[in-house]
Ligand binder design. Sequence first.
Ligand code: MSP
Length: 675
Amino acid sequence: MTKEQETFYITTPIYYPSGKLHIGNTYSTLVADASARYQRLMGKDVYFLTGTDEHGQKIEQKAEELNMDPQAYVDEMAEIIKSLWKTLEISNDGFIRTTDDYHKKAVQVTFEKLLEQGDIYLGEYEGWYSVSDEEYFTETQLTEVYKDADGNVIGGIAPTGNEVELVKEESYFFKLSNYSDRLLDYYNSHDFIVPEFRKTEMINNFIKPGLEDLAVSRTSFSWGIQVPSNPKHVVYVWLDALMNYVTHLGYGTDDTTMLEKYWPANVQVIGKDISRFHTIYWPIFLMALGLPIPKTIYAHGWIVMKDGKMSKSKGNVIYPETLIDRYGLDATRFYLLREMSKGNDTVFTPEDFVNRVNFELANDLGNLLNRTIAMMNKYFDGNVPTDKAAFVANAVDAEYEATISEELAAYFQAMEDISFDISLDHAMKIVSRTNKYIDETEPWVLAKDEADKPKLASVMYHLAESLRVVAHILRPFLTNAPKEIFDQLGISQEIDHGLDSLVYGEFPVNATVIKKGVPIFPRLDVEEEIAYIKEQMTGGANSSENLTVDDENWDPSETELTFDETEAIEFDQFIQTELKVAEVIDVAPVKGSNKLLRFRLDAGDKGHRQILSGIAKSYPDYETLIGKKITIASNLKPRKMMGYLSQGMILSTETPDGLRLLFVDEASENGTFIG
Ligand code: MSP
């Protein structure tokens, strides 16, 4: 009877296809990939899922901004994300798009089931919503609030740093509190959340204060999965998205073979920012559906920059392609997986990147391989000695072997714990210990005396064997170098062996190394490469640092621009704002506000538009504005102020006498674009 293969299901968060992914975004997928590769090499039957989270207000808005149909937009973006994973050689088995038909149907089945069971009920939601996070917040959670003249809160900033807007709409709610006790029991009886400090965070911040019912549908936009029994509602994007982990395996369809085989997931990799969704809402949804809860939610920290979060406006973004194109995929994957420590944030710096790659890959590993190949050719004609009976041990051999086995054991332990920085540390310790072993045994001295040949054979064997082992244990992380090392050592067949059968001291017999080693990682010029990466972070060749002024009559130092370039926006960001000429048809003060005037304007639209502007104090004679041509920003999202809808913004400038409107020539037609 053959032993049934153990299964291992691992997932990444599904990505919003709302922009180009930077190295931070790609980290979740890299961790999951290294894990999946490791588990496969350990003989498990692995299923690795990733995908895209394509519904919701954020995506709808993004498509609108680009004047695209949302489906056409996500179709394009999903392809871009898939091709990034190809570039990173991600070994995913499945890719789910939440616009896939099977997923949409299964989410509808789920929603109706929860409704029927009484977990979901219809009510009205009034509160704050961050479109960027697709997340609800209470007023007390906001880190900053905006108020109108009468002290009413009209907006604010969520703890994530993103703006919130007031949402008031009919909504279905999920009664999360019904499950709090079961959730706590589960937390206490399982190692569910890794690292553990996140568990405490969830309990103290959300569960102990009492779980509020969660709004699980929206009515104010339409880009989502419709609730079948009440089609004006679309399913809240997080309920839709979280379900991907099981719908992809067939939950809610006729064929649940995969679900039975792989669910519950062994590891679900996420970033720390989405812990609440994965460690509170997700297990509760699963409990309600009668499905088992995943074994581990692994929440990693963030890759940040010296000046905080990566953001285009700060000019500190680094994309994986930038590093891969110049330094190769292995160096890029190595750096990210080596540098990030479990659960904590890690600062990316060009200095660390260049130094890591240089010291550990080019120097330590690259040199070890080169020296080994060169000496093997010189002393043994390239043939790796494997007849252990003919070896004579060197004084350090026993201690050396013991160290290597300790490092190997520690490597495996860290791999099981998904502490990849530690695994890689142990792998690199084997490399540096082996370089030291060369210095200790001095093979060039042994080679001088024929009588020392058996000792020299032992040294050379250990070098080749340690390189074989290191190449194996690097396989979850590097996609090319291990194969290169096997090939150069003349043991290409090693690529077919797993890690589960890895034993130190089993270098294959009859192997001949290549005649001349080829460097697997070129040495980098530290200063040049640091400068290169920095330049890429601030926009590469288009960076303003590279611009020269070519005008003999103009000394640029006299008129030096003194604005904060980190705040500068791209040209295409600027042209996204529509500025237009508008004629004032009517204007009146807003009751209850001493700041706001309510304008009725003709901006070339079909009807008149209404804009509220905080200039009442500067224009006590506001009636004189009727008939004047002013300027507005016309494509801002309408927002509610003092109970009125404001459809844009009126442009004004500050003067010592207060705010003054920007008027344009009478001859300009209403609705003319400015720019
Ligand atoms: N669509 C949701 C996830 C739904 S899963 C059912 C989402 N998408 S995301 O595109 O915004 O983020 C994807 C992943 O990238 C998250 O795990 C997030 O934590 C991670 N990261 C985004 N920026 C990051 C860094 N700077 N560093 C590390 N990971 C970061 O959230």
